[in-house]
Write a protein that binds this ligand. Structure first.
Ligand code: C2E
Ligand code: CA
Ligand code: CA
Length: 657
């Protein structure tokens, strides 16, 4: 629209210039040329005017109108150029000059109008005006008068000027006409209107630019918040695992990396605190721990919470102190763990938390972050296994052990289907040397690694949940074996090891009853060995199940007694009938030696009316000493190593007496 108005203004000013020049010229030939030029420009002005008018008012089908005007006036333009005295006249003559009211003299010309072409031209011009008038009326009626008042005013001025010129002509009078000057009105009016409109638009643009700017700021703020959320832990506001992952990757990628370390801290028994004191206390504890690690961490180190009770510390350079990197990392880990062991006041509680730490040195052998994280996990696992509250640096042997563990875990899933398990039996004798029973001990005959001991694979089975299916197999096999013992040993018992996880299972009582029913074994000849770990979980639940099974005839034995932390109180609550003194107590026993500790254990057991079996008896000396201390039965290499079923049956045959 602005371009159209520019074109229109330019054409109009040229047109007015030509008109002015005509008043000044004193030769007919120049006047002729000027008239022709004037009419040529008029032929350009009308379509341009319609073009601008259409765009300004936003009239429908504006292209059609503009095209029609361009075609008609274009044709007239050509005719005008070809006619000797322009399209309007057949000749042009000079009249005596006009003297204006203020004394100025101007030239005046007149012409004989060409009959047809002039009327076509005037019709086109009048039609253009009529079109503009109709459009204005239409817009006024549509309530858009505010937009077209300036155009309306121009049309009125134009109409007045035209009527004035016509009346002069009609009356044969001479004088100045103003119809060309009406164009000036149009240009001035529209310039004002458009200028105001432009100003308003500029202001609106500035306002929306402001809006846009503040919107961008708001968006940037939200984006920053989101980024923070994605990379930080909401509880402690420390960076999270994701953040640490990227930082480690950047450290590994950087060309000039120094000797660094990743230390992973894990609170000991955090779960127990959380469950005992509630999650609010647990959360506060985690915040306190986060704050302490942050205080103790070396400058430039990055601390992240890996979720749960795990915190990671990345130190990019350990060489500042001149210590070997492993030693520096261990020192830092110890400084932090020591600081963490000071009691933390949370609400009414003074909490003491133990911390274990695993350390992976960087760059080390690991080339990618996942590997570093695996290494630090392995080191942490080792720290926890070696009695907690320690820090351990990853070594490549751990990788080999972890690899073996992974291999065993995979194999364990298939072992049952491949029938790779077998039970060995170790006899138990009373102090007079009579056979009273045997303990079933599980073995895994691995196709590639040979016979694997349960100490290695039972923990894996417990972690992976495979213990339930393996446990069922052991119960079935052991009950079948018991059924096959010779009648001479009809009173002998069979002891079966039961993992705490099995005892926890909802269907444990049912599973056991089914195993017994399907094998026709007598529950009264079965002893289930449980370890003290059952007390660490749900004592009430365990006691309930033991009571139910005891009522069904099964006996329970407390295995590895003395190696853990059974309270006498809980021992009283559990209806067990037997107690097995752990091998570690027997190791140091000699004939005639008076071990007060074992004596006390036996006394308590007898006070609670429990049968006492000593495990791991390897020498005659130990047997004699145990007899002196009042022990009821022994089991160990002195009697026999655990034997595969056929060999055990041979052993039984030899001990038929
Ligand atoms: P445990 O119940 O304390 O079993 C006794 C362990 O001591 C057996 O090791 C046995 O071979 C070993 N032992 C027996 N007499 C002597 C001795 O005189 N000297 C020495 N040094 N050791 C002796 P094993 O068979 O390797 O079993 C290790 C542990 O694995 C068992 O300890 C038991 O906790 C677990 N386990 C074995 N079989 C099963 C099972 O079927 N289910 C479950 N849940 N655990 C099992
Ligand atoms: Ca046992
Ligand atoms: Ca034991």
């Amino acid at each position: 629209m602005y371009f159209a108005f520019g074109c229109l203004s330019l054409l109009l000013s040229i047109y007015l210039g030509l008109t002015a020049a005509l008043y000044q010229t004193d030769t007919v030939s120049t006047a002729c040329a000027l008239v022709r030029a004037e009419i040529s420009f008029a032929c350009l002005i009308y379509p341009t005017g319609i073009w601008f008018f259409s765009l300004y008012t936003g009239i429908a089908h504006w292209r059609r109108w503009v095209t029609a005007a361009a075609l008609i006036f274009g044709a007239l333009f050509v005719v005008n150029l070809l006619s000797p005295y322009s399209l309007l006249y057949t000749d042009i003559t000079m009249r005596p000059p006009l003297v204006l009211p203020w004394g100025e003299t101007v030239h005046d010309y007149t012409g004989t109008e060409s009959a047809h072409v002039a009327s076509i031209y005037y019709t086109a011009v009048n039609a253009s005006y009529l079109w503009a008038v109709c459009s204005c009326i239409l817009l006024w009626r549509r309530g858009q008068g505010a937009r077209v008042w300036s155009l309306t005013l121009y049309l009125v001025v134009q109409a007045t000027a035209s009527v004035h010129a016509e009346s002069l002509d009609h009356n044969g009078r001479r004088g100045l006409t103003f119809d060309s000057l009406a164009f000036l009105v149009l240009v001035l009016l529209m310039s004002g209107v458009l200028r105001r409109e432009l100003q308003r638009r500029t202001q609106a643009l500035a306002a929306s630019l402001d809006g846009l700017r503040s919107e961008t700021q708001r968006r940037e703020g939200v984006e920053a918040d989101l980024r923070h959320l994605a990379y930080h832990d909401h509880l402690t506001d420390l960076p999270n695992r994701h953040y640490m992952h990227e930082r480690l990757q950047a450290a590994l990628d950087s060309a000039e990396q120094g000797d660094g370390a990743l230390i992973l801290f894990d609170l000991d028994h955090f779960k127990t605190i959380n469950e005992a004191l509630g999650h609010d206390v647990g959360d506060e504890l985690l915040k306190g721990v986060a704050a302490r690690i942050s205080e103790a961490a070396p400058n430039g180190a990055c601390i992240a919470r890996f979720g749960g009770d795990e915190f990671a510390l990345h130190i990019s350079s350990l060489t500042d102190t001149g210590e070997p990197p492993a030693q520096a990392a261990l020192r830092i880990a110890h400084e932090i763990t020591t600081r963490l062991t000071a009691p933390l006041r949370i609400g009414d509680h003074d909490l003491v938390v133990g911390v274990s730490a695993g350390i992976a040195l960087l760059p080390g052998l690991a080339r990618d972050v996942d590997n570093v994280l695996r290494q630090v996990d392995m080191a942490l696992y080792r720290a926890k296994a070696s009695g907690r509250h320690t820090a351990v640096v990853f070594e490549s042997v751990m990788q080999a052990q972890a690899d073996r563990r992974l291999l065993l875990e995979k194999g364990l899933r298939l072992a049952l289907d491949r029938d790779e398990f077998e039970l060995h039996y170790q006899p138990q004798l009373d102090m007079q040397g009579r056979f009273i029973g045997a303990e079933a001990l599980l073995r895994w005959r691995h196709p590639a690694h040979g016979l694997i001991d349960p100490v290695e694979f039972i923990p894996i089975a417990e972690e992976t949940g495979l213990i339930h299916s393996i446990g069922r197999y052991v119960l079935q096999r052991a009950c079948l074996e018991l059924d096959s013992w010779p009648a001479a040993h009809a009173q002998a018992r069979l002891s079966i090891n039961v993992s705490p996880w099995q005892l926890f299972a909802q269907d444990f009582v049912r599973t056991l009853r089914e195993a017994v029913a399907s094998t026709r074994a007598d529950p009264r000849r079965i002893t289930l060995e449980i370890t003290e770990n059952v007390f660490l979980h749900d004592l009430e639940d365990a006691a309930g199940k033991i009571r139910a099974l005891d009522a069904a005839g099964f006996h329970f034995s407390l295995d590895d007694f003395g190696s853990g932390y059974t309270s006498l109180e809980s021992l009283k609550k559990l209806p067990v009938r037997e107690l097995k003194i752990d091998r570690t107590f027997i190791e140091g026993l000699r004939a005639g030696s008076h071990d007060r500790f074992i004596e006390a254990m036996i006394a308590i057991a007898h006070y609670l009316e429990l049968f006492v079996v000593a495990e791991g008896v390897e020498t005659e000396e130990q047997r004699t000493a145990l007899a002196g201390l009042g022990c009821d039965a022994i089991q160990g290499y002195l009697v026999s190593r655990p034997l595969p079923a056929p060999e055990f049956r041979n052993w039984l045959a030899q001990h038929a007496s």
